[in-house]
Design a binder for this molecule. Structure first.
Ligand SMILES: [Cu+2]
Length: 186
Protein backbone atom coordinates (compact mmCIF):
# COMPACT_ATOMS: atom_id res chain seq x y z
CA UNK A 1 0.00 0.00 0.00
CA UNK A 2 1.26 3.44 -0.88
CA UNK A 3 -0.39 6.51 0.59
CA UNK A 4 -0.14 10.12 -0.36
CA UNK A 5 -0.69 12.86 2.15
CA UNK A 6 -3.00 15.73 1.39
CA UNK A 7 0.06 17.94 1.14
CA UNK A 8 1.48 15.83 -1.62
CA UNK A 9 -1.89 15.57 -3.28
CA UNK A 10 -2.31 19.33 -3.25
CA UNK A 11 1.13 19.85 -4.69
CA UNK A 12 0.43 17.23 -7.32
CA UNK A 13 -2.85 18.85 -8.27
CA UNK A 14 -1.18 22.21 -8.62
CA UNK A 15 1.51 20.64 -10.74
CA UNK A 16 -1.14 19.07 -12.91
CA UNK A 17 0.14 15.62 -12.14
CA UNK A 18 -3.25 14.43 -11.02
CA UNK A 19 -6.55 15.83 -12.08
CA UNK A 20 -9.17 13.83 -10.30
CA UNK A 21 -11.99 16.14 -11.28
CA UNK A 22 -14.20 14.78 -14.02
CA UNK A 23 -14.19 16.92 -17.13
CA UNK A 24 -16.59 16.86 -20.01
CA UNK A 25 -15.76 16.82 -23.67
CA UNK A 26 -12.52 14.97 -23.41
CA UNK A 27 -13.35 11.91 -25.43
CA UNK A 28 -12.28 13.30 -28.77
CA UNK A 29 -8.61 12.81 -28.11
CA UNK A 30 -9.02 9.18 -27.24
CA UNK A 31 -11.32 8.45 -30.13
CA UNK A 32 -8.92 10.07 -32.52
CA UNK A 33 -6.29 7.53 -31.60
CA UNK A 34 -8.56 4.62 -30.81
CA UNK A 35 -7.25 1.18 -31.54
CA UNK A 36 -8.35 -2.19 -30.30
CA UNK A 37 -7.12 -5.74 -29.82
CA UNK A 38 -9.12 -8.94 -29.54
CA UNK A 39 -8.59 -12.25 -27.78
CA UNK A 40 -11.48 -14.68 -27.73
CA UNK A 41 -14.45 -12.93 -26.17
CA UNK A 42 -12.30 -10.05 -24.91
CA UNK A 43 -11.86 -6.76 -26.69
CA UNK A 44 -9.12 -4.45 -25.45
CA UNK A 45 -10.00 -0.91 -26.39
CA UNK A 46 -7.38 1.76 -26.80
CA UNK A 47 -4.51 0.76 -24.54
CA UNK A 48 -2.73 3.99 -23.67
CA UNK A 49 -0.20 5.51 -21.36
CA UNK A 50 1.12 8.97 -20.80
CA UNK A 51 4.35 10.67 -21.76
CA UNK A 52 6.84 10.83 -18.91
CA UNK A 53 9.52 13.25 -17.92
CA UNK A 54 13.13 12.23 -18.26
CA UNK A 55 14.17 10.07 -15.35
CA UNK A 56 10.65 9.01 -14.42
CA UNK A 57 10.61 5.51 -13.05
CA UNK A 58 6.94 4.64 -13.32
CA UNK A 59 4.05 5.03 -15.68
CA UNK A 60 0.42 4.02 -15.69
CA UNK A 61 -1.21 1.85 -18.35
CA UNK A 62 -4.88 2.22 -19.20
CA UNK A 63 -7.33 0.27 -21.36
CA UNK A 64 -11.00 -0.61 -21.54
CA UNK A 65 -11.67 -4.35 -21.45
CA UNK A 66 -14.98 -5.62 -22.84
CA UNK A 67 -15.95 -9.22 -22.16
CA UNK A 68 -18.74 -10.32 -24.48
CA UNK A 69 -18.50 -13.95 -23.36
CA UNK A 70 -20.43 -16.04 -20.86
CA UNK A 71 -17.42 -16.69 -18.68
CA UNK A 72 -15.48 -14.39 -16.43
CA UNK A 73 -11.79 -13.90 -16.97
CA UNK A 74 -9.11 -12.23 -14.91
CA UNK A 75 -6.46 -9.68 -15.74
CA UNK A 76 -3.43 -10.98 -13.88
CA UNK A 77 -0.59 -8.97 -15.36
CA UNK A 78 1.02 -7.63 -18.46
CA UNK A 79 4.19 -6.39 -19.98
CA UNK A 80 5.56 -3.18 -21.41
CA UNK A 81 8.60 -3.01 -23.66
CA UNK A 82 10.10 -0.08 -21.74
CA UNK A 83 9.39 -1.34 -18.23
CA UNK A 84 11.24 -3.76 -16.03
CA UNK A 85 8.03 -4.98 -14.45
CA UNK A 86 4.28 -4.55 -14.92
CA UNK A 87 1.71 -4.93 -12.15
CA UNK A 88 -2.07 -4.64 -11.87
CA UNK A 89 -2.95 -1.82 -9.45
CA UNK A 90 -5.92 -0.13 -7.92
CA UNK A 91 -6.02 3.49 -6.80
CA UNK A 92 -8.64 4.77 -4.42
CA UNK A 93 -9.29 7.93 -2.45
CA UNK A 94 -9.75 7.56 1.30
CA UNK A 95 -10.84 11.03 2.31
CA UNK A 96 -8.08 13.13 0.83
CA UNK A 97 -5.52 10.39 0.98
CA UNK A 98 -4.71 8.65 -2.26
CA UNK A 99 -3.99 4.97 -1.91
CA UNK A 100 -2.55 2.60 -4.43
CA UNK A 101 -2.19 -1.11 -4.07
CA UNK A 102 -1.21 -4.06 -6.19
CA UNK A 103 -4.04 -6.48 -6.96
CA UNK A 104 -2.14 -9.65 -6.22
CA UNK A 105 -4.99 -11.85 -7.41
CA UNK A 106 -5.63 -9.77 -10.47
CA UNK A 107 -8.70 -7.91 -11.61
CA UNK A 108 -11.99 -9.70 -12.26
CA UNK A 109 -13.45 -9.25 -15.75
CA UNK A 110 -17.02 -10.57 -15.29
CA UNK A 111 -19.01 -12.13 -18.12
CA UNK A 112 -20.71 -9.45 -20.20
CA UNK A 113 -18.90 -6.68 -18.36
CA UNK A 114 -16.88 -3.67 -19.40
CA UNK A 115 -13.99 -2.92 -17.06
CA UNK A 116 -12.14 0.33 -17.45
CA UNK A 117 -8.55 0.80 -16.39
CA UNK A 118 -8.19 4.53 -16.04
CA UNK A 119 -6.35 7.20 -14.07
CA UNK A 120 -7.49 7.31 -10.46
CA UNK A 121 -8.81 3.76 -10.62
CA UNK A 122 -7.56 0.40 -11.85
CA UNK A 123 -4.43 0.62 -13.93
CA UNK A 124 -1.36 -1.23 -15.02
CA UNK A 125 1.73 0.02 -13.26
CA UNK A 126 4.83 0.10 -15.40
CA UNK A 127 7.79 -0.08 -13.03
CA UNK A 128 11.45 0.66 -13.67
CA UNK A 129 11.01 2.47 -16.96
CA UNK A 130 14.10 2.15 -19.11
CA UNK A 131 13.41 5.23 -21.24
CA UNK A 132 11.12 8.26 -21.23
CA UNK A 133 7.75 7.69 -22.88
CA UNK A 134 7.33 10.04 -25.81
CA UNK A 135 3.95 11.40 -26.80
CA UNK A 136 2.78 10.26 -30.20
CA UNK A 137 4.67 6.99 -30.13
CA UNK A 138 3.38 3.50 -29.51
CA UNK A 139 5.00 1.00 -27.20
CA UNK A 140 4.53 -2.72 -27.50
CA UNK A 141 3.33 -4.67 -24.53
CA UNK A 142 0.74 -7.18 -23.49
CA UNK A 143 -2.12 -7.87 -21.16
CA UNK A 144 -2.10 -11.21 -19.42
CA UNK A 145 -5.36 -12.97 -18.60
CA UNK A 146 -6.01 -16.11 -16.64
CA UNK A 147 -7.99 -17.73 -19.47
CA UNK A 148 -7.32 -15.72 -22.60
CA UNK A 149 -3.58 -15.86 -21.91
CA UNK A 150 -1.12 -13.19 -22.92
CA UNK A 151 -2.53 -10.77 -25.50
CA UNK A 152 -0.08 -8.56 -27.40
CA UNK A 153 -1.14 -4.91 -27.59
CA UNK A 154 0.36 -1.53 -28.36
CA UNK A 155 0.06 1.29 -25.86
CA UNK A 156 -0.44 4.71 -27.42
CA UNK A 157 1.61 7.31 -25.57
CA UNK A 158 -0.48 10.42 -25.05
CA UNK A 159 0.69 13.87 -24.10
CA UNK A 160 1.51 14.59 -20.48
CA UNK A 161 -1.18 17.25 -20.56
CA UNK A 162 -3.85 14.73 -21.49
CA UNK A 163 -5.06 15.12 -17.89
CA UNK A 164 -7.17 18.04 -19.06
CA UNK A 165 -9.74 15.59 -20.34
CA UNK A 166 -10.53 14.20 -16.94
CA UNK A 167 -7.84 11.63 -16.73
CA UNK A 168 -5.30 11.86 -14.03
CA UNK A 169 -2.24 13.01 -15.87
CA UNK A 170 1.15 11.56 -15.34
CA UNK A 171 0.15 8.24 -13.90
CA UNK A 172 2.47 7.70 -11.02
CA UNK A 173 5.54 8.52 -12.98
CA UNK A 174 5.99 11.82 -11.24
CA UNK A 175 5.62 10.41 -7.77
CA UNK A 176 8.53 11.19 -5.55
CA UNK A 177 9.18 7.62 -4.51
CA UNK A 178 10.23 7.58 -0.92
CA UNK A 179 9.74 11.30 -0.76
CA UNK A 180 7.84 13.42 1.71
CA UNK A 181 4.19 12.75 2.12
CA UNK A 182 4.21 9.13 1.10
CA UNK A 183 4.03 6.03 3.21
CA UNK A 184 4.88 2.55 2.18
CA UNK A 185 3.29 -0.23 4.10
CA UNK A 186 0.76 -3.00 4.08
CU1 LIG B 1 -0.11 2.02 -9.53
Amino acid sequence: MIQFSSTFLRAALIAGIFSVLPAAGGLAVEQASAHEFKAGTLTLNHPWTRATAKGAEMGGGFVTIVNTGNEADRLIGGSFALAGRTEVHEMTMDGDVMKMRQLEDGLDIPAGATVELKPGSYHLMFMKLTAPLEAGTKVKGSLKFEKAGEVPVEFAVEAMSAGAKGHMSGGHDAMPMGGTGMKHGG
